[in-house]
Ligand binder design. Structure first.
Ligand code: NAD
Length: 353
């Protein structure tokens, strides 16, 4: 099959493209605008294979998106392109509305037009997988779990824009018959994540002896999933999920932010015994909380486990160790990407106020 992956130069998208090329016989057309968050370096292995083709296209460019469908004639879509950083959505929600809602609308419109023109057998096989987040469900109290029946209650501009895009996908299925699937995943971590996100940010700061900024008292709870486990789940859902279905994906690894930062510090103490900043925990600094910060997210992944037999392969301990080791082995990558990020933040790129 020829698959169109959007956002394939981002953190999760690039892991997905690398896995598709490594473990399947599918061809991949990788559509990405290369915003501040896109990085072609993450795709080096995939570029060695002629089954991977990259097209630099912005989802907000409706005609360019239609042209990709016409030129490449895909058998399915895995849609990951999005503005993805909650703090940026608070500073500048415009880009989130444009890309996550408007861009998804353009992609759905082009996908539907394409799907309607396919032969019956290709129509039957076609799938549109929309990759969403557990943040659309809002915040949990100290107990309970999100599952596919939880009502939507998004609290940040990011989660509101993702919720809106989920509803568009749902409507394109119910109204026009487009064979869609939606996944909601918990927080991902792993190699090649941009240094603005919690885990890589903390590793980078700790290595430089800089303060480790923790929001509030660090009590917010997230459910953490190693990125390769998420990507394995996406391929399972795409290939075997029920059309029109929704699947929640989680690692059953609930941790407070403070526990995560402490675990990183502990690993750095062990893996960097000569560091002048040991014990790294003393670098932790509590800072003013994020506005509207959701207290707790946790997923019950019973449906994907029962229907598709998916379970994570990494525990938080094994996944975090691999992640920290990767960042220690790739400090030049981190510094290069972080400098690009800082430049883009200074110029306000990716943020429309
Ligand atoms: P990311 O920010 O690392 O990557 C996003 C990619 O989308 C980048 O390569 C960027 O260049 C591209 N992009 C942005 N705007 C675009 C546009 N207008 N047109 C084309 N490409 C554009 O994000 P990520 O962490 O890899 O997340 C991927 C998807 O998974 C997102 O839809 C996100 O909502 C979802 N998700 C992420 C997490 C997480 O923890 N990171 C958890 C659950 C769901």
């Amino acid at each position: 099959m020829k698959l169109l992956v959007t956002g394939g130069a981002g953190f999760i998208g690039s892991a997905l493209v690398r896995r598709l090329i490594r473990t399947t016989s599918h061809q991949v057309v990788n559509l990405d605008a290369l915003t501040y968050a896109g990085n072609l370096e993450s795709l080096e292995e995939a570029f060695d294979d002629p089954r991977h083709v990259f097209v630099q296209v912005d989802l907000n460019d409706r005609e360019a998106v239609r042209t990709v469908f016409r030129d490449h004639d895909p058998d399915g879509v895995l849609h990951l392109a999005a503005e993805s950083h909650v703090d940026r959505s608070i500073d500048g929600p415009g880009a989130f509305i444009q890309t996550n809602i408007g861009g998804t609308f353009h992609l759905l419109t082009a996908a539907l037009e394409h799907w309607q023109g396919l032969s019956e057998s290709r129509q039957h096989r076609f799938r549109f997988l929309h990759v969403s987040t557990d943040e659309v469900y809002g915040s949990l109290g100290p107990t309970g779990y999100f599952d596919e029946t939880t009502p939507y209650a998004p609290n940040s501009p990011y989660s509101a824009s993702k919720a809106a895009s989920d509803f568009l996908v749902r409507a394109w299925h119910h109204t026009y018959g487009l064979p869609t699937l939606i996944t909601h995943c918990s927080n991902n971590y792993g190699p090649r994540q941009y240094p603005e996100k919690l885990i890589p940010l903390m590793i980078r700061h700790a290595l430089a002896g800089k303060p480790l900024p923790v929001y509030g008292q660090g009590a917010n709870v997230r459910d953490w999933l190693y990125v390769d486990d998420h990507v394995r789940a996406l391929i399972e859902v795409f290939e075997r999920g029920r059309v029109g279905g929704v699947y929640d994906i989680g690692g059953k690894n609930e941790k407070t932010n403070l526990e995560v930062v402490r675990a990183i510090c502990g690993l750095l103490d062990e893996l960097r015994p000569d560091s002048p900043f040991r014990p790294h925990e003393r670098l932790i600094e509590f800072v003013a909380d994020r506005p509207g910060h959701d207290l707790r997210y946790a997923i019950n992944p019973a449906r994907i486990e029962a229907e598709l037999g998916w379970t994570p392969l990494e525990t938080f301990e094994t996944g975090l160790r691999k992640t920290v080791q990767w960042y220690l082995d790739h400090t030049e990558w981190v510094e290069r990407v972080a400098k690009g990020l800082e430049r883009s933040q200074r110029l306000g790129l990716g943020v429309i106020r």
